[in-house]
Design a protein around this ligand. Structure first.
Ligand SMILES: Nc1ncnc2c1ncn2[C@@H]1O[C@H](COP(=O)(O)OP(=O)(O)OP(=O)(O)O)[C@@H](O)[C@H]1O
Ligand SMILES: [Mg+2]
Length: 459
């Protein structure tokens, strides 16, 4: 594209180029060596050729200027043809190399900044950076999710209204005589209002000097909700276990007292009391056995069992064992096995405990003279499912999510009276978890419940 060249520049350039030759022609004419006619003809010819050359030269210069101007733009411009100003061609090449180098540096700075942000975003804990004025200058993705799109440049207090945290940040930013006077780091425990409410430990650290974006204090929020819940659960568990043991112990102590005192010579009472004492001792033994079992399974819950189990054999064994108890309530036990089942990776003893618990519950909670139906089949996705269905009173929906908690019972008195510890389904859940399976509970009040354990067939 030809560049429009301002007339003044064109005239000035022509004047500069023509002056020496016109001067020479005038001198020649002055001394009489050149007649006026040829002089004017020579001047006209020189003026035409010069105007043409000056025009091409100025156009090349204009193209060069435009090229240099475009070098700082987004895209690298195309090198122009600068034939009439050869010196500018070298200059253009040098400028283009300079700009390419600058572009490369720019790209690598952009890359560095992007990867720094990617690393910060990759951190699982929310991270916030504030400047010397306590304004938010940087957040990572987790912080964005926790606090919503936190607007930069705003005071931290508008995003996290937590006086202890703000006080700690102020403490870190405090200066006397231009030097930081406060500590370099601090930690504050916070509760973030929900929902869901969260317990958080905020770790604060002041950088030795402000970063390029002004970041001076880094704040990492570490969610301790699960930890707190686990602590609470452990405390509850100890309290529950002690409570469960306290009742039979108190009973035993009472009967011992009676046997030593008033009932010392009453043979009939002694027999009866000894019977009850044996029952209480048995209950304590069961409780301790279940607790030990639970703790053992929990310890290796992360390790999948590596042996293969024949589920049909497991179920037949369990049904044989429970036949007597079922018969006593007039309950019929039925087992349906789909032919051609694949073997399941699992622990024979642990799976026996699982189905013993589920079928025992079914026998306990089904109505007398009904049937408990155990079905072993392959699910659509190739997993193996065992369903234990009873015809009991069922379980109200609000209890279902809590049923596998330790010591959770729908009717505690009834469960205890039936010799239950309330740990059965907790054990079931842990064993099923260890087998990477799942437990589904389906219950219709008044009709019955079905507990289904689904296990992966291939490891
Ligand atoms: N088939 C069922 N029908 C109705 N309720 C059930 C059934 N299975 C379990 N439950 C309810 O779930 C509660 C917890 O069951 P879990 O097996 O953990 O304890 P348990 O049977 O009381 O004691 P344990 O299994 O230690 O003998 C029971 O107390 C009962 O209220
Ligand atoms: Mg049970």
């Amino acid at each position: 594209m030809t560049e429009p060249i301002p007339l003044r520049r064109r005239l000035a350039a022509n004047a500069v180029a023509l002056t020496p030759s016109f001067a020479a022609l005038l001198v020649l004419h002055g001394v009489g060596d050149l007649a006026i006619g040829p002089m004017l003809a020579a001047m006209a010819a020189i003026a035409v050729v010069t105007a043409f050359l000056v025009h091409r030269y100025l156009a090349s210069l204009a193209r060069f200027a435009r090229f240099v101007g475009e070098l700082s733009g987004e895209r690298e411009p195309e090198m122009p043809r600068l034939g009439f100003a050869p010196a500018t061609e070298d200059l253009a090449t040098a400028a283009s190399q300079l700009s390419a180098g600058w572009r490369r540096q720019h790209a690598s700075i952009d890359n560095l900044a992007a990867s720094a942000q990617a690393i910060v975003d990759g951190l699982p804990d929310p991270l916030l950076a504030v400047d010397r004025q306590r304004r938010l200058v940087r957040t990572n993705r987790a912080a964005g999710e926790l606090l919503g799109a936190a607007a930069a440049e705003r005071d931290l207090s508008t995003v996290l209204r937590q006086p202890p945290l703000l006080a700690a940040v102020d403490g870190l930013l405090e200066t006397t005589d231009g030097n930081f006077a406060g500590p370099e780091q601090a930690a504050v425990e916070l509760t973030l209002s929900g929902p869901p409410e969260r317990d958080v430990v905020a770790q604060l650290r002041r950088l030795p000097r402000p970063a390029a974006d002004g970041s001076l204090v880094l704040i990492v929020l570490h969610d301790t909700t699960a930890l707190r819940r686990a602590e609470r659960m452990r405390a509850d568990f100890v309290a529950n276990a002690s409570h469960e043991l306290k009742t039979p112990i108190a009973g035993l102590a009472g009967f011992i007292e009676t046997l030593r005192g008033p009932a010392r010579d009453d043979v009939a009472a002694r027999e009866r009391f000894l019977g009850i004492m044996a029952e209480q001792a048995e209950r304590m033994r069961r409780l301790v056995d279940d607790l030990l079992m639970l703790s053992r399974i929990e310890q290796h819950e992360h390790a999948r069992p590596d042996t293969s189990v024949d589920l049909e054999r497991v179920l037949k064994g369990v049904l044989d064992l429970l036949q007597l108890r079922a018969g006593a309530r007039g309950v019929t036990l039925r087992l349906d096995v789909e032919p051609g089942l694949p073997p399941v990776p699992g622990d024979h003893d642990e799976l026996t405990v699982v189905f013993q618990n589920l079928i025992d519950n079914a026998v306990k909670y089904t109505r007398p003279d009904t049937a408990v139906h155990v079905a072993l089949q392959v699910a659509a996705d190739g997993r193996v499912a065992v369903a234990v269905a009873d015809e009991g009173d069922g379980i109200a929906a609000q209890h279902l999510p809590r049923l596998t908690e330790r010591f959770y019972r729908v009717d505690a008195a009834r469960s205890r009276q039936m010799g239950g510890t309330g740990l059965g389904l907790a054990i079931v859940k842990h064993v099923v978890n260890r087998h990477r399976g799942r437990l589904d509970i389906h219950s219709i009040p008044g009709k019955g419940s079905t507990f289904t354990v689904t296990l992966p067939a291939v490891p």
